[in-house]
Design a protein around this ligand. Sequence first.
Ligand code: GUN
Ligand code: ZN
Length: 445
Amino acid sequence: MAARAIRGTVARFQSDPFGAAGREALVFEEDRLVVIEDGLIVSVGPAEAVLASLPPGTPVDHYPGAILSPGFIDAHVHYPQMEMIGAAGEELLAWLNAFTFPAEARFSDPAHADEVAGRFLRELLRAGTTTAAVYCTVHPHSVDAFFAESERFGTRMIAGKVLMDRNAPLDLTDTAASGTEESAALIARWHGKGRQLYAITPRFAPSCSEEQLEAAGRLWKAHPGTYVQTHLCENKAEIAWVAELFPERTSYLDVYDHAGLTGPRAIFGHAVHMSEADFACCHRTGSVLAHCPTSNLFLGSGLFRLFEAKRADRPVQVALGTDLGAGTSFSQLQTMNEAYKVAKLGGTTLSTAEALWLATTGAAEALHLSDRIGAIEPGREADIIVLDPAATPLLQFRTAYCRDLTEALSVLMTLGDDRAVRATYVAGTPVYDRDRAGDPFAYPA
Ligand code: GUN
Ligand code: ZN
Protein backbone atom coordinates (compact mmCIF):
# COMPACT_ATOMS: atom_id res chain seq x y z
CA MET A 1 0.00 0.00 0.00
CA ALA A 2 1.28 3.48 -0.87
CA ALA A 3 2.46 5.70 1.94
CA ARG A 4 0.30 8.38 3.50
CA ALA A 5 1.06 10.90 6.21
CA ILE A 6 -0.62 12.78 9.05
CA ARG A 7 0.68 16.19 10.08
CA GLY A 8 0.16 17.78 13.49
CA THR A 9 1.44 18.03 17.06
CA VAL A 10 2.28 14.60 18.47
CA ALA A 11 1.72 13.68 22.13
CA ARG A 12 4.41 11.23 23.23
CA PHE A 13 5.58 9.65 26.48
CA GLN A 14 9.32 9.67 27.14
CA SER A 15 8.77 7.63 30.30
CA ASP A 16 6.10 6.34 32.67
CA PRO A 17 4.52 9.42 34.30
CA PHE A 18 3.91 7.40 37.49
CA GLY A 19 7.69 6.99 37.73
CA ALA A 20 10.34 9.27 39.19
CA ALA A 21 10.56 11.67 36.23
CA GLY A 22 6.78 12.12 36.08
CA ARG A 23 6.80 15.78 35.18
CA GLU A 24 8.92 15.29 32.09
CA ALA A 25 7.16 12.13 30.93
CA LEU A 26 4.70 13.63 28.43
CA VAL A 27 6.01 15.77 25.60
CA PHE A 28 4.25 17.52 22.75
CA GLU A 29 6.28 17.52 19.56
CA GLU A 30 4.98 20.32 17.39
CA ASP A 31 4.43 20.12 13.65
CA ARG A 32 5.47 16.50 13.08
CA LEU A 33 4.82 14.34 10.08
CA VAL A 34 3.76 10.77 10.83
CA VAL A 35 4.45 8.60 7.78
CA ILE A 36 2.43 5.39 7.44
CA GLU A 37 2.88 2.40 5.17
CA ASP A 38 0.93 -0.87 5.19
CA GLY A 39 -0.82 0.13 8.40
CA LEU A 40 2.42 0.76 10.30
CA ILE A 41 4.11 3.97 11.33
CA VAL A 42 7.39 4.09 9.43
CA SER A 43 8.71 7.48 10.56
CA VAL A 44 7.88 10.48 12.73
CA GLY A 45 9.85 13.69 12.33
CA PRO A 46 9.79 17.45 11.83
CA ALA A 47 7.19 18.05 9.12
CA GLU A 48 9.17 20.26 6.76
CA ALA A 49 12.18 17.96 6.72
CA VAL A 50 10.19 14.75 6.31
CA LEU A 51 7.94 16.25 3.62
CA ALA A 52 10.99 16.96 1.49
CA SER A 53 11.92 13.29 1.54
CA LEU A 54 8.45 11.91 0.70
CA PRO A 55 7.65 10.67 -2.81
CA PRO A 56 5.75 13.40 -4.66
CA GLY A 57 1.98 12.94 -4.45
CA THR A 58 2.00 11.22 -1.04
CA PRO A 59 -1.31 12.18 0.57
CA VAL A 60 -0.88 14.28 3.72
CA ASP A 61 -3.75 14.98 6.15
CA HIS A 62 -2.85 18.19 7.94
CA TYR A 63 -4.46 19.08 11.28
CA PRO A 64 -3.17 22.48 12.39
CA GLY A 65 -3.97 23.20 16.04
CA ALA A 66 -4.84 19.58 16.80
CA ILE A 67 -3.09 17.04 19.03
CA LEU A 68 -2.27 13.64 17.56
CA SER A 69 -2.59 10.95 20.23
CA PRO A 70 -2.36 7.19 20.13
CA GLY A 71 -5.89 5.79 19.86
CA PHE A 72 -7.50 5.29 23.24
CA ILE A 73 -7.54 1.85 24.83
CA ASP A 74 -10.57 0.83 26.90
CA ALA A 75 -9.59 -2.02 29.23
CA HIS A 76 -13.10 -3.06 30.28
CA VAL A 77 -16.40 -2.66 28.44
CA HIS A 78 -19.57 -4.68 27.71
CA TYR A 79 -20.89 -4.25 24.17
CA PRO A 80 -24.27 -5.95 24.84
CA GLN A 81 -25.04 -3.36 27.50
CA MET A 82 -25.14 -0.44 25.09
CA GLU A 83 -28.94 -0.54 25.08
CA MET A 84 -29.19 -0.08 28.86
CA ILE A 85 -26.71 2.69 29.60
CA GLY A 86 -28.11 4.89 32.35
CA ALA A 87 -30.46 2.23 33.77
CA ALA A 88 -30.64 3.90 37.13
CA GLY A 89 -31.57 3.21 40.71
CA GLU A 90 -29.80 0.02 41.77
CA GLU A 91 -26.47 -1.20 43.06
CA LEU A 92 -24.53 -3.92 41.26
CA LEU A 93 -26.39 -7.15 42.10
CA ALA A 94 -29.92 -5.77 41.69
CA TRP A 95 -28.79 -3.85 38.58
CA LEU A 96 -27.54 -7.08 36.99
CA ASN A 97 -30.88 -8.83 37.59
CA ALA A 98 -33.14 -5.92 36.71
CA PHE A 99 -31.41 -4.56 33.60
CA THR A 100 -28.29 -6.42 32.51
CA PHE A 101 -29.47 -9.99 32.18
CA PRO A 102 -32.65 -9.06 30.26
CA ALA A 103 -30.55 -6.97 27.84
CA GLU A 104 -28.03 -9.78 27.34
CA ALA A 105 -30.85 -12.31 26.81
CA ARG A 106 -31.86 -10.40 23.67
CA PHE A 107 -28.56 -11.55 22.13
CA SER A 108 -30.03 -14.98 21.59
CA ASP A 109 -31.01 -13.36 18.27
CA PRO A 110 -27.91 -13.19 16.04
CA ALA A 111 -29.41 -10.30 14.06
CA HIS A 112 -29.63 -8.27 17.26
CA ALA A 113 -25.98 -9.05 18.04
CA ASP A 114 -24.96 -7.92 14.54
CA GLU A 115 -26.85 -4.68 14.88
CA VAL A 116 -25.49 -3.79 18.32
CA ALA A 117 -21.93 -4.78 17.37
CA GLY A 118 -22.10 -2.40 14.41
CA ARG A 119 -23.36 0.47 16.52
CA PHE A 120 -20.92 -0.27 19.34
CA LEU A 121 -17.83 -0.26 17.13
CA ARG A 122 -18.92 3.05 15.63
CA GLU A 123 -19.40 4.63 19.05
CA LEU A 124 -15.95 3.43 20.13
CA LEU A 125 -14.37 4.95 17.03
CA ARG A 126 -16.35 8.17 17.42
CA ALA A 127 -14.94 8.41 20.95
CA GLY A 128 -11.39 7.77 19.68
CA THR A 129 -11.10 4.27 21.14
CA THR A 130 -9.26 1.94 18.79
CA THR A 131 -8.65 -1.03 21.11
CA ALA A 132 -10.92 -2.39 23.83
CA ALA A 133 -11.22 -5.45 26.05
CA VAL A 134 -14.84 -6.36 25.43
CA TYR A 135 -17.31 -8.66 27.13
CA CYS A 136 -19.77 -10.30 24.75
CA THR A 137 -22.68 -12.43 26.03
CA VAL A 138 -22.88 -16.14 26.81
CA HIS A 139 -23.87 -16.76 23.16
CA PRO A 140 -20.90 -17.65 20.91
CA HIS A 141 -22.45 -15.80 17.97
CA SER A 142 -22.24 -12.56 20.01
CA VAL A 143 -18.46 -12.95 19.73
CA ASP A 144 -18.62 -13.71 16.02
CA ALA A 145 -20.73 -10.57 15.48
CA PHE A 146 -18.27 -8.41 17.37
CA PHE A 147 -15.06 -9.72 15.81
CA ALA A 148 -16.57 -9.72 12.32
CA GLU A 149 -17.33 -6.01 12.62
CA SER A 150 -13.92 -5.34 14.17
CA GLU A 151 -12.32 -7.09 11.20
CA ARG A 152 -14.24 -4.87 8.79
CA PHE A 153 -12.80 -1.77 10.45
CA GLY A 154 -9.42 -3.41 10.97
CA THR A 155 -9.35 -2.61 14.68
CA ARG A 156 -7.25 -4.49 17.21
CA MET A 157 -9.78 -5.82 19.72
CA ILE A 158 -9.77 -8.20 22.66
CA ALA A 159 -13.08 -9.96 23.31
CA GLY A 160 -14.65 -13.14 24.58
CA LYS A 161 -17.78 -15.10 25.33
CA VAL A 162 -19.04 -14.70 28.88
CA LEU A 163 -18.88 -17.88 30.94
CA MET A 164 -21.59 -18.35 33.56
CA ASP A 165 -22.97 -21.63 34.77
CA ARG A 166 -24.93 -20.51 37.86
CA ASN A 167 -26.76 -17.65 39.56
CA ALA A 168 -28.08 -16.27 36.29
CA PRO A 169 -31.28 -16.81 34.27
CA LEU A 170 -31.35 -20.25 32.66
CA ASP A 171 -31.34 -18.86 29.12
CA LEU A 172 -28.03 -17.13 29.91
CA THR A 173 -26.15 -20.03 31.43
CA ASP A 174 -23.74 -22.50 29.93
CA THR A 175 -22.00 -25.37 31.70
CA ALA A 176 -18.36 -25.85 32.62
CA ALA A 177 -18.04 -28.26 29.68
CA SER A 178 -20.03 -26.35 27.06
CA GLY A 179 -18.48 -23.00 28.02
CA THR A 180 -14.99 -24.44 27.63
CA GLU A 181 -15.81 -26.11 24.36
CA GLU A 182 -17.40 -22.97 22.90
CA SER A 183 -14.55 -20.78 24.10
CA ALA A 184 -11.97 -23.15 22.60
CA ALA A 185 -13.79 -23.04 19.26
CA LEU A 186 -13.88 -19.22 19.38
CA ILE A 187 -10.16 -19.10 20.17
CA ALA A 188 -9.49 -21.30 17.16
CA ARG A 189 -11.71 -19.09 14.99
CA TRP A 190 -10.57 -15.65 16.14
CA HIS A 191 -7.46 -15.47 18.30
CA GLY A 192 -4.64 -14.05 16.20
CA LYS A 193 -6.86 -13.75 13.13
CA GLY A 194 -5.74 -10.40 11.74
CA ARG A 195 -5.76 -8.06 14.72
CA GLN A 196 -8.28 -9.95 16.86
CA LEU A 197 -7.34 -11.34 20.28
CA TYR A 198 -9.37 -13.62 22.51
CA ALA A 199 -10.19 -13.14 26.19
CA ILE A 200 -11.45 -16.07 28.24
CA THR A 201 -14.27 -14.36 30.14
CA PRO A 202 -15.65 -15.91 33.34
CA ARG A 203 -18.19 -13.19 34.19
CA PHE A 204 -17.39 -13.04 37.92
CA ALA A 205 -16.93 -15.55 40.71
CA PRO A 206 -20.63 -15.61 41.79
CA SER A 207 -21.79 -16.68 38.32
CA CYS A 208 -19.17 -19.40 37.86
CA SER A 209 -18.87 -22.71 39.69
CA GLU A 210 -15.44 -23.74 40.92
CA GLU A 211 -15.45 -26.35 38.17
CA GLN A 212 -16.04 -23.67 35.54
CA LEU A 213 -13.32 -21.38 36.92
CA GLU A 214 -10.83 -24.23 36.96
CA ALA A 215 -11.74 -25.20 33.42
CA ALA A 216 -11.20 -21.56 32.39
CA GLY A 217 -7.78 -21.61 34.06
CA ARG A 218 -6.81 -24.77 32.16
CA LEU A 219 -8.05 -23.33 28.88
CA TRP A 220 -5.98 -20.18 29.41
CA LYS A 221 -2.88 -22.22 30.13
CA ALA A 222 -3.45 -24.23 26.98
CA HIS A 223 -3.62 -21.07 24.84
CA PRO A 224 -0.67 -18.78 25.57
CA GLY A 225 -1.20 -15.21 24.39
CA THR A 226 -4.92 -15.20 25.11
CA TYR A 227 -6.34 -12.96 27.83
CA VAL A 228 -8.54 -13.49 30.86
CA GLN A 229 -11.03 -10.85 31.89
CA THR A 230 -13.39 -10.82 34.83
CA HIS A 231 -14.73 -8.67 37.67
CA LEU A 232 -13.14 -8.32 41.09
CA CYS A 233 -14.02 -6.64 44.41
CA GLU A 234 -16.51 -4.21 42.87
CA ASN A 235 -19.24 -3.98 45.49
CA LYS A 236 -19.47 -4.89 49.19
CA ALA A 237 -22.54 -7.14 48.88
CA GLU A 238 -20.88 -8.92 45.96
CA ILE A 239 -17.73 -9.51 48.01
CA ALA A 240 -19.76 -10.91 50.93
CA TRP A 241 -21.52 -13.26 48.51
CA VAL A 242 -18.20 -14.52 47.13
CA ALA A 243 -17.05 -15.24 50.70
CA GLU A 244 -20.22 -17.33 51.21
CA LEU A 245 -19.87 -19.17 47.91
CA PHE A 246 -16.16 -19.95 48.33
CA PRO A 247 -15.63 -20.45 52.08
CA GLU A 248 -12.25 -22.17 51.58
CA ARG A 249 -10.68 -19.23 49.80
CA THR A 250 -8.95 -16.44 51.72
CA SER A 251 -10.29 -13.61 49.53
CA TYR A 252 -12.21 -12.83 46.34
CA LEU A 253 -8.96 -12.60 44.40
CA ASP A 254 -7.81 -15.90 45.91
CA VAL A 255 -10.77 -17.57 44.15
CA TYR A 256 -9.27 -16.56 40.79
CA ASP A 257 -5.68 -17.15 41.85
CA HIS A 258 -6.54 -20.67 43.03
CA ALA A 259 -8.15 -21.42 39.66
CA GLY A 260 -5.03 -20.30 37.77
CA LEU A 261 -6.67 -17.11 36.55
CA THR A 262 -4.07 -14.55 37.68
CA GLY A 263 -1.01 -13.58 35.65
CA PRO A 264 0.13 -11.49 32.70
CA ARG A 265 -2.87 -10.72 30.42
CA ALA A 266 -5.41 -11.25 33.23
CA ILE A 267 -7.57 -8.12 33.45
CA PHE A 268 -9.62 -7.55 36.60
CA GLY A 269 -12.36 -4.95 36.37
CA HIS A 270 -13.03 -2.53 39.25
CA ALA A 271 -10.88 -3.75 42.20
CA VAL A 272 -12.45 -1.08 44.38
CA HIS A 273 -12.26 -2.87 47.73
CA MET A 274 -8.80 -4.42 47.75
CA SER A 275 -6.60 -5.50 50.66
CA GLU A 276 -2.85 -5.08 50.70
CA ALA A 277 -2.54 -8.82 50.08
CA ASP A 278 -4.72 -8.44 46.97
CA PHE A 279 -2.56 -5.65 45.54
CA ALA A 280 0.56 -7.65 46.34
CA CYS A 281 -0.89 -10.67 44.51
CA CYS A 282 -1.60 -8.54 41.42
CA HIS A 283 1.93 -7.17 41.51
CA ARG A 284 3.48 -10.61 41.97
CA THR A 285 1.45 -12.23 39.20
CA GLY A 286 1.55 -9.31 36.72
CA SER A 287 -2.26 -9.09 36.67
CA VAL A 288 -3.89 -5.88 35.44
CA LEU A 289 -6.57 -3.81 37.15
CA ALA A 290 -9.11 -1.94 35.01
CA HIS A 291 -10.06 1.31 36.72
CA CYS A 292 -13.68 2.09 35.79
CA PRO A 293 -14.54 5.38 37.48
CA THR A 294 -17.78 6.30 35.70
CA SER A 295 -19.23 2.89 36.47
CA ASN A 296 -18.04 2.82 40.08
CA LEU A 297 -19.69 6.19 40.61
CA PHE A 298 -22.89 5.32 38.75
CA LEU A 299 -23.48 2.10 40.71
CA GLY A 300 -22.17 3.64 43.94
CA SER A 301 -19.56 0.86 44.13
CA GLY A 302 -16.81 2.97 45.67
CA LEU A 303 -13.57 4.80 44.96
CA PHE A 304 -10.67 2.94 43.34
CA ARG A 305 -7.37 3.66 45.14
CA LEU A 306 -5.17 4.26 42.10
CA PHE A 307 -2.09 5.54 43.86
CA GLU A 308 -2.19 2.69 46.35
CA ALA A 309 -2.34 0.28 43.42
CA LYS A 310 0.64 2.03 41.82
CA ARG A 311 2.72 2.14 45.02
CA ALA A 312 6.35 2.26 43.92
CA ASP A 313 7.56 -0.71 46.00
CA ARG A 314 4.99 -3.08 44.42
CA PRO A 315 3.37 -1.33 41.48
CA VAL A 316 0.31 -2.95 39.95
CA GLN A 317 -0.49 -2.51 36.26
CA VAL A 318 -3.58 -0.34 35.82
CA ALA A 319 -5.51 0.68 32.70
CA LEU A 320 -8.64 2.77 32.32
CA GLY A 321 -12.00 1.20 31.44
CA THR A 322 -15.43 2.64 30.67
CA ASP A 323 -17.38 -0.45 31.80
CA LEU A 324 -20.41 0.50 29.75
CA GLY A 325 -23.31 -0.06 30.38
CA ALA A 326 -22.73 0.55 34.08
CA GLY A 327 -20.27 3.17 32.88
CA THR A 328 -21.80 6.34 31.58
CA SER A 329 -19.65 7.39 28.63
CA PHE A 330 -17.83 5.84 25.68
CA SER A 331 -15.37 8.70 25.91
CA GLN A 332 -12.05 8.01 27.59
CA LEU A 333 -11.73 11.80 27.95
CA GLN A 334 -14.81 11.73 30.18
CA THR A 335 -13.47 8.64 31.94
CA MET A 336 -10.24 10.53 32.70
CA ASN A 337 -12.38 13.40 33.99
CA GLU A 338 -14.06 11.08 36.49
CA ALA A 339 -10.77 9.33 37.35
CA TYR A 340 -9.38 12.75 38.26
CA LYS A 341 -12.30 13.40 40.63
CA VAL A 342 -12.10 9.92 42.19
CA ALA A 343 -8.38 10.48 42.86
CA LYS A 344 -9.18 13.85 44.43
CA LEU A 345 -11.80 12.31 46.71
CA GLY A 346 -9.07 9.93 47.83
CA GLY A 347 -6.83 12.85 48.69
CA THR A 348 -4.57 12.44 45.65
CA THR A 349 -4.06 14.26 42.36
CA LEU A 350 -4.09 12.54 38.99
CA SER A 351 -1.90 14.50 36.59
CA THR A 352 -2.87 15.06 32.97
CA ALA A 353 0.03 12.87 31.86
CA GLU A 354 -0.94 10.05 34.23
CA ALA A 355 -4.54 10.15 33.03
CA LEU A 356 -3.56 9.96 29.36
CA TRP A 357 -1.04 7.19 30.11
CA LEU A 358 -3.77 4.99 31.64
CA ALA A 359 -5.76 5.09 28.41
CA THR A 360 -2.89 4.94 25.88
CA THR A 361 0.77 3.98 26.31
CA GLY A 362 0.40 2.63 29.85
CA ALA A 363 -2.64 0.59 28.91
CA ALA A 364 -0.78 -0.93 25.96
CA GLU A 365 2.07 -1.85 28.30
CA ALA A 366 -0.32 -3.35 30.85
CA LEU A 367 -1.96 -5.45 28.13
CA HIS A 368 1.38 -6.62 26.68
CA LEU A 369 0.66 -4.83 23.43
CA SER A 370 3.22 -2.05 23.62
CA ASP A 371 5.23 -3.46 20.74
CA ARG A 372 2.17 -2.92 18.54
CA ILE A 373 -0.04 -0.10 19.79
CA GLY A 374 -0.18 2.73 22.30
CA ALA A 375 2.38 5.16 20.89
CA ILE A 376 3.01 7.22 17.77
CA GLU A 377 6.39 5.72 17.05
CA PRO A 378 8.00 3.90 14.12
CA GLY A 379 7.09 0.23 14.06
CA ARG A 380 3.76 0.62 15.84
CA GLU A 381 0.43 0.01 14.18
CA ALA A 382 -0.94 3.37 13.06
CA ASP A 383 -3.93 3.73 15.40
CA ILE A 384 -3.97 7.50 15.79
CA ILE A 385 -6.60 9.98 16.87
CA VAL A 386 -6.83 13.67 16.16
CA LEU A 387 -7.92 15.64 19.23
CA ASP A 388 -9.43 19.06 18.57
CA PRO A 389 -8.89 21.51 21.45
CA ALA A 390 -11.37 23.91 19.83
CA ALA A 391 -14.11 21.36 19.20
CA THR A 392 -16.92 23.34 20.82
CA PRO A 393 -17.47 27.06 21.40
CA LEU A 394 -16.72 26.59 25.08
CA LEU A 395 -13.55 24.56 24.42
CA GLN A 396 -12.39 27.15 21.90
CA PHE A 397 -12.95 29.97 24.39
CA ARG A 398 -11.33 28.12 27.31
CA THR A 399 -8.38 26.77 25.35
CA ALA A 400 -7.43 30.28 24.23
CA TYR A 401 -6.48 30.94 27.87
CA CYS A 402 -4.25 27.84 28.20
CA ARG A 403 -0.58 28.43 28.91
CA ASP A 404 0.60 25.26 27.21
CA LEU A 405 -0.52 22.03 25.57
CA THR A 406 -0.58 20.10 28.84
CA GLU A 407 -3.18 22.52 30.11
CA ALA A 408 -5.10 22.29 26.81
CA LEU A 409 -5.15 18.51 27.19
CA SER A 410 -6.32 18.84 30.78
CA VAL A 411 -9.18 21.04 29.58
CA LEU A 412 -10.00 18.46 26.90
CA MET A 413 -10.20 15.83 29.64
CA THR A 414 -12.63 18.07 31.52
CA LEU A 415 -14.86 19.54 28.83
CA GLY A 416 -14.18 17.13 25.97
CA ASP A 417 -15.94 14.00 24.79
CA ASP A 418 -16.57 12.46 21.38
CA ARG A 419 -17.00 15.93 19.90
CA ALA A 420 -13.31 16.54 20.54
CA VAL A 421 -12.27 13.61 18.33
CA ARG A 422 -11.78 15.13 14.88
CA ALA A 423 -10.70 11.85 13.26
CA THR A 424 -9.79 8.26 14.11
CA TYR A 425 -7.19 6.36 12.09
CA VAL A 426 -7.09 2.59 12.35
CA ALA A 427 -3.96 0.96 10.93
CA GLY A 428 -3.40 4.17 9.00
CA THR A 429 -6.90 4.50 7.52
CA PRO A 430 -9.24 7.32 8.60
CA VAL A 431 -12.21 5.09 9.48
CA TYR A 432 -13.93 7.98 11.28
CA ASP A 433 -13.93 11.61 10.21
CA ARG A 434 -16.16 13.82 12.34
CA ASP A 435 -16.49 16.46 9.66
CA ARG A 436 -17.05 14.18 6.66
CA ALA A 437 -20.40 14.93 5.00
CA GLY A 438 -22.79 11.99 4.96
CA ASP A 439 -21.53 8.93 6.82
CA PRO A 440 -18.52 9.84 9.00
CA PHE A 441 -17.55 6.14 9.15
CA ALA A 442 -15.85 4.20 6.37
CA TYR A 443 -14.37 0.71 6.25
CA PRO A 444 -10.83 0.56 4.87
CA ALA A 445 -10.80 -0.15 1.13
N1 GUN B 1 -20.14 -7.98 37.65
C1 GUN B 1 -20.59 -9.07 36.97
N2 GUN B 1 -21.11 -8.72 35.80
C2 GUN B 1 -20.98 -7.37 35.71
C3 GUN B 1 -21.36 -6.43 34.72
O1 GUN B 1 -21.89 -6.74 33.67
N3 GUN B 1 -21.07 -5.13 34.99
C4 GUN B 1 -20.46 -4.74 36.14
N4 GUN B 1 -20.21 -3.45 36.33
N5 GUN B 1 -20.12 -5.62 37.09
C5 GUN B 1 -20.38 -6.92 36.88
ZN1 ZN C 1 -17.90 -4.92 33.76
